[in-house]
Design a protein around this ligand. Sequence first.
Ligand code: XIL
Length: 357
Amino acid sequence: MSEQKSEVESPFSLKQAFEGKFVIGAAVNEHHISSEADNLLLTQHYNTLTPENMMKWEEIHPTPTQFSFARPDDLVSFAELNNMQVVGHTLVWHSQTPDWVFHREDGSRKSREELLLLMKNHIDTVAGRYKNRLYGWDVVNEAFNEDGSLRQSLWYEIIGEDFIEKAFEYAHEAAPKAKLYYNDYNLFKPAKREGVVSLVKRLQSKGIKIDGVGMQAHYSLEHPDLKEVEDSIKAFSLLGVDVMLTELDISVLPFPDENNMGADVGLSIALQDEFNPYSDSLPSNIQKELANRYQSLFAIVNRHSDKISRVTFWGLHDGHSWRNDWPMPGRKDYPLLFGHDKGLKDFARQLPFAEDK
Ligand code: XIL
């Protein structure tokens, strides 16, 4: 309550704090769009929105003959009413994609031609529907392994490595004005960075439109080494494309599987209390660590704001963050700028943290 009161007395706005640098956004779901309180937070602080789940294949195109546009339409209308950009997420991904996309009714795998036709139809219908209304699209999500090779997804196995090129071509045909992005996690890793750099160069050399690279930025207090994040921002920017932090959150919790840090949504580890140390509240020393970590990250982001076009947080407030359930369901995490009480955290009022730390 007191948090909300001070908000009224001295209105602070994230989007104003970053004005002239880059747009600032949040991933949202249908509850945010229908909640008046959340609407107020969104319009006060953000100028770009990303649908957290509702434009993923399994939600927007759940069966071969059914498209579910009601929720995405509401989100896009809300954004237009409030002069916000929307970035669609995502057209081609191995996850949250129904099995019928890849397999025939008898269980056999579809052919390259069948899958390409379906991909084209999906992109035409979804990207085409919003063609002058969405600012951009995460056209392909998470196509790379950690070593920079291509992930052995069903997209890759059935179509071959040109599935990425085809997706970008189809997206450009369906929505010629939309910015087209490649998006992935752990892009700070040098090998994975190199894989994406090669992809962008290949598309560019073939004259296929690609406008940017989204670094998901699911981080923690310890990982990654921010120097590597900075190196990737520079490397992608040298390609002449936009660089974005697209899914920023900083987990304060211990990571239960050191070998699988990142954001593989398929990872799920049974809840253990020792990995859920702040189930009541966050101790002040850890709050301070979170503040310092955000400050160090934004020192880099500010230094390269000429290369960065957007920073989007993956969620609006801690209570709704996916980090409470990934990679271990049922924990209490504190990764965003707005807390479980939906109040802006004190340190966030100092944004954009203009001074280098
Ligand atoms: C997550 C959502 O936040 C969850 O609600 C959902 O259950 C799983 O997916 N990388 C991505 C996002 O590109 O789409 C994922 O979002 C998080 C990791």
